[in-house]
Design a protein around this ligand. Structure first.
Ligand code: FMN
Length: 196
């Protein structure tokens, strides 16, 4: 079976962001696996404007090239690992905007969430799960959370406590299983569509 393609999406764009070290750690650990291919997508580089499409993204009629580019990027993956900060008990605006900007490209895919904050980004994770359900993304139960006071020296240098590697592995195992299952779902839906 073809290897799954998983995008690790870095959901923080601030200067001095902690998220960059977290996402690079996720990529480094994930790349030790042989069951999937992983790419890092940095929303700072994607540089999407706030949603400026006149037609709701669920219609898939994109006016702007930046939206079409983002559509192609997201469509190319079977699953996602969202790396999210917690801002005011939610995810970042930049990550929410990236999620909102396209629709069908996310459908029937799987995702895992890695978050960080004073309580391991727990509230951002819960918020993301609701948004992802609406995008028809199945979020796996296992999640990885880093606490600012335990996993970052002086709250800014990423030094993950032992144990997180195992958490990530469990999450990626679940993502692998659901990613494969949902590939089948997408294929059968396509067959149905093609049959009219
Ligand atoms: C605008 C803003 C709001 C924040 N709100 C929360 C919060 O509600 N809960 C929390 O645990 N941490 C909060 N923090 C702390 C962040 O979790 C912490 O700064 C983290 O490093 C942010 O991710 P980043 O450095 O990758 O941007 C907030 C930080 C910012 C900048």
């Amino acid at each position: 079976m073809k290897k799954l393609k998983i995008a690790i999406i870095l959901g923080s764009t601030r200067p001095n962001r902690n998220g960059e070290a977290v996402a690079k750690w996720v990529l480094e650990k994930a790349e030790q696996r042989t069951d999937a291919e992983f790419d890092l997508i940095d929303l700072r580089e994607v540089d999407l404007p706030f949603l400026n499409e006149g037609i709701p993204p669920s219609q898939g009629q994109y006016e702007h090239e930046h939206t079409r580019r983002w559509s192609r990027t997201i469509a190319a993956y079977d699953g996602y690992v969202l790396v999210s900060p917690e801002y005011n008990h939610g995810t970042s605006a930049v990550l929410k905007n990236a999620l909102d900007t396209v629709y069908k490209e996310w459908n029937n895919k799987a995702a895992g969430i890695v978050a960080y904050g004073s309580v391991k980004g727990a509230r951002a994770v819960e918020q993301l799960r609701l948004t992802l359900a609406e995008l028809q993304v199945a979020t796996v139960r296992a999640q990885v959370g880093f606490a600012l006071d335990r996993d970052f020296k002086d709250m800014k240098t990423f030094q993950p406590q032992p144990g997180h590697e195992k958490e990530l592995d469990v999450m990626l195992d679940q993502l692998q299983a659901w990613g494969n299952a949902l590939r089948g779902v997408r294929e059968s839906m396509k067959e149905k569509d093609d049959a009219g």
